[in-house]
Design a protein around this ligand. Sequence first.
Ligand code: ZN
Length: 649
Amino acid sequence: MSASDCAPFRDESPKKSCVMGRSPIIIAYFKGIAAIFQSPAVCATPQCRVQYGFQHPNFQLMAEAGSFADRVKQQADIIRVVGEYVRLKKSGQNFSGLCPFHSEKTPSFSVSPTKQFYYCFGCGVGGDVFNFVMEMEKITFPEAIRTVAEKCGIAVPQARERSPEERRENQQRSSLVEIHTEAASFFAQQLSGTPEGRAAKAYLLDRGLDSEAMARFGIGFAPSGGEALLRVMKQKHSEKVLEVSGLFSKDEKGRLYDRFRRRVMFPIANESGKIVAFGGRAIGDDLPKYLNSPETPIYSKSNVLYHLDRAKEALRQRDFAVLVEGYMDAIAVALAGVANVVASCGTSLTEPQVKLLNRFTRRIVVNYDPDTAGQAATERSLSILLEQGAEVRVLALPGGKDPDSFIRTEGGAAYTKLLNEAPPYVDYLISRASKMDLTSAEGKLRAVNFLMPYVQRIPDRILRSEWATRIAQQLRIEEPVLRESMRKAANERRSEVKARPELVGRAGKPAERRLVQMLIEAEEFRSQLAQEIRAGELHRGLETERILAALVAACDSGGRPDAASLAMTLEDRDRRLLFEIAFETGGPPTWEEAESCLAVLRRRRAEEELATVQKQIETQAAVAGSGGELRRLLERKQELRRRLDPPSQ
Ligand SMILES: [Zn+2]
């Protein structure tokens, strides 16, 4: 099938939110899979539905036995790979953690090391190690295979036939990264190479950065000429790629010139530490004070957090992040020994940035400038952070200082102390509100309206109530009045609460659930079990009918069924049920147990048939001349009776 045969490309209404979207990703998906890894992409249902909850369409990616994808999957350790993104704790046979795909406070995200898949009991996402990496990194299936292979130290074969445009894009991306790396070392050399550069270095020294710090953060200088970088780069790179690099501008005659001139340069790296952009701070009074790289094929400012590549380890260890505005702030805080700092830098905080950060920690201390713009930025980022389920504190430094200037004058120890004492965001907001004019009724209303959206985001009812009391006291508002407006706000909010996927819970009887497990787990008698189910049509009419049918079919083809890829072929409810059953823990399967489960299902079949036969007997008895048929039915009834109540011996 071709990509254009698939509904998701045509469907204009992906109501059931599909993160992968009908995007170039999927198209690349198809092209890539077949070409590179010889693993056909199969659209599992004729209509190619977008599944609710599961964040990509119902394509089944078959890692063909023996293919590279299959080998990677066999060797990859899903716990290690997922563990790079989610803090996992061992619980029983499995591992659990906070779901990276939806906001939650208690872990409902589970990973099975033995079955090599993950599933979220909260939002219903699930899949294998490739699905996970595809979702987290927003990459294609072939890219996910590569990524997982690299993470697990498996040598990746050279890609053979990529489509020409894909190859061009990849080439362009790697040239762009190369250009940025070269530019960074060019800028760094300038700091000691020219009088102008040395003056810039003196300026940096004056701002409290020594040579070691400059080297550590790769700080450099862009000279004022306008062609210095261009000359160097032209020797190696085509004008075309230089043009898209974002490092050059074009004059009216169409000639390129250096975008950054007479500026201190800060390399901006992506999460994996590759330099993808620069921030340039003017020396002296040049405007703008801060100039950043534009968006390029390798840089999207809303997706990058400055210093994240270096902060990762500390973020995981300390389980909180300090969020500052600019690179100078981030550097100052990191130099003060707080390595878990990132800067939103050149943009107000975006949702993708918060999601990126949430992969490492959900506890965030916002430390923006305390000036008016900084306050507004703080409040904007609070909204985004709280929406994403972050646990937020706010550090407002005294004396109207930003982190950089505070640390320079007061020292790192003073900073760390205040950081540790940073109050929860509600305290910060109350103190902001109490500075408003509270003498008039309108003023009080303004203050309440300012606070209410934030207070409503406190998930805990008791805590919310405590805050209401505090707000009432501090703003001198009558508590009943305040509570009334809170109730109203709560009602408005409730209507926006999104529908949760239907809970699968305890669907299916214990015996059928256990049989599903055994078909997945029982190496020794799996095919025998499948045969028994098929022969007696024991799965007919069960809640797990389609799951059992798929498993039986997979066992028949001789292999060990791969629950995660099998799940992708099922309807959403069945898919989730399969994951949930697979996560239940039973002991090691035995044939005795299997037989007793089969007996339960056989009995159920017999009972059903008995009921049907009984009905037929009643209708037949009323019809004249149906003696032969009636006798047959009565005999069948006897037989079923005997089966259900075997005579005791
Ligand atoms: Zn989830």
